[in-house]
Design a protein around this ligand. Structure first.
Ligand code: SF4
Ligand code: SF4
Length: 193
């Protein structure tokens, strides 16, 4: 986990949660159910934890009966933005969610619940208490990437004026680090920021 993610999780104001339970009632993953099952069989901890608590809805319509707005939002954000067919999605419900929206294993809930929403790009239910805060966090990251791109230009310019191999090595190391950081946000569109 990168230090940004650690800071993000530490600073997330948990009191923003309305405890509406919508993120426990209708959930989806970026990987298909069958792939998750294979990963769990191979010992992937994240997949094991996820399948321990979540069970799939038999169909998208069944998930819509539980919360149509959340399903439509996921289809819009996930399928339209990534050009996926909704039939490729599986929706899940947590077996530990109670009718009053409380978690029946709250004190022992797995890390994936404690970390949710785990990135500023998490697709949260409409009206989730974290929506505005996640937007601000996304903007912070975008600003950081823009600044890094400016730094890259300056470093490249500086490099043309240097001759000492040790200095060049140091610059190359910093450039490499910046490219790595930008790369880690590529999946969120960092190339266009
Ligand atoms: S949807 Fe948002 S506000 Fe509701 S329980 Fe989940 S994190 Fe909290
Ligand atoms: S274990 Fe609790 S917090 Fe985690 S998804 Fe289930 S009901 Fe929600």
């Amino acid at each position: 986990m990168t230090s940004y993610e650690e800071l993000y999780l530490d600073r997330r104001p948990q009191n923003l949660c309305h405890m509406c339970g919508r993120c426990c009632r209708v959930v989806t993953t970026t990987r298909p159910y069958q792939e998750l099952q294979k990963m769990a069989q191979a010992g992937d901890e994240g997949a094991v934890d996820f399948l321990k608590i979540f069970e799939p809805y038999p169909s998208i319509d069944a998930a819509k009966e539980a919360d149509a707005e959340v399903v439509e939002n996921v289809i819009k954000r996930t399928c339209e933005e990534r050009n996926l067919n909704p039939s490729q999605l599986t929706f899940y419900k947590c077996k530990y969610l109670l009718d009053d929206n409380k978690c029946s294993i709250y004190e022992e809930r797995p890390a994936l619940c404690r970390h949710c929403p785990s990135t500023p790009w998490a697709v949260v239910p409409p009206g989730c208490g974290f929506e505005a805060w996640l937007f601000l966090k996304r903007e912070e990251v975008k600003q950081k990437i823009r600044k890094s791109k400016e730094d890259l230009l300056e470093l490249k310019l500086l490099r043309t004026k240097m001759k000492n191999p040790e200095d060049l090595k140091k610059i190359d190391a910093v450039v490499h680090k910046i490219y790595g950081m930008i790369e880690s946000y590529k999946k969120y569109g960092a190339e266009d920021w």
